[in-house]
Design a protein around this ligand. Structure first.
Ligand code: FES
Length: 109
């Protein structure tokens, strides 16, 4: 079973699991600030589930590519939308700061 490392915690999941669902079910802080309530619930539209991933996950979907081209950054920084990623092996996930999770400095707890 793949292991997902996030915020100093470790969660096991089935290979092929949706990353957003793994993190939400484990009650890990995928969303920052008001995005906890104001998100599209995994439709690939809001962009607030943005994360940095090290390790094997699925290729970006069309919805993901389209959303990540939009503001706030619109450039390819190698970030991913957790709701569009399938876990394919052991991964480490980092949530950046800001509403969309795209600011390099993490939010203060
Ligand atoms: S939850 Fe909205 S884009 Fe992922």
């Amino acid at each position: 079973m793949p292991t997902v490392q996030f915020a100093g915690q470790s969660v096991e999941c089935l290979q092929g699991s949706n990353l957003r669902m793994v993190l939400v079910r484990a009650r890990l802080p995928l969303y920052n600030d008001a995005a906890r309530a104001l998100n599209c619930r995994g439709r690939g539209r809001c962009g607030t589930c943005t994360v940095r991933i090290e390790g094997p996950v699925s290729e970006p979907t069309e919805a993901e590519r389209a959303r990540l081209k939009l503001p706030p950054d619109g450039e390819d920084r190698g970030l991913r939308l957790a709701c569009q990623c399938t876990v394919l092996g052991d991964i480490t996930v980092t949530k950046l700061g800001g509403f969309f999770g795209r600011r390099e400095e993490p939010d203060k707890a």
